[in-house]
Design a binder for this molecule. Structure first.
Ligand SMILES: [Zn+2]
Ligand SMILES: [Zn+2]
Length: 147
């Protein structure tokens, strides 16, 4: 997982400008591993920086993914893409009730797709999502635990 300084350095090394808005986005990403959506990031940033635009947030996230400092994780809930500051190989636990997404580090060394099933794709990586109920949601009866 990259630190704020490493993310800023990654941007600079690739000739990107560092603005206060971008810095705030990078800081937010490194403060938690909650795998936020772009919209959640936008809402949090705009609470303290009302002049930040959605386009700035979305473009910054996209550039970070391109530079390899961030990865996108698909989540099957309505949240869509979740951003992950842990760009290394890892897997996830997903709570089907509160949509919490938690990192899992486990080496599934044996997992491989037989060549005849890759549809001609050259496979680069894989990522596994385990679906279930988080501990808080198992305990709560009706209401949704907000992570
Ligand atoms: Zn939950
Ligand atoms: Zn993750």
């Amino acid at each position: 997982m990259l630190t704020l300084e490493e993310l800023i350095e990654l941007f600079r090394r690739n000739g990107r400008k560092m603005t206060p808005q971008r810095r705030a986005i990078l800081a937010l990403l490194t403060q938690s591993d909650a795998h936020p959506t772009a919209e959640q990031i936008y809402r949090q940033i705009s609470a303290t920086m009302p002049d930040v635009s959605r386009a700035t947030v979305y473009n910054t996230l996209r550039e970070l993914v391109t530079l390899g400092g961030l990865s996108e994780t698909f989540e099957a809930g309505e949240g869509g893409l979740r951003y992950d500051v842990n760009a290394g190989v890892h897997h996830h636990l997903f709570c089907t009730r509160c949509h919490a997404l938690v990192d899992v580090h486990h080496d599934f060394a044996e997992l491989a797709l037989p060549p005849e099933k890759t549809a001609g794709y050259q496979i680069e990586r894989y990522q596994i999502i385990f679906y279930g109920l988080c501990p808080a949601c198992q305990k709560s009866t009706g209401e949704i635990h907000v992570p």
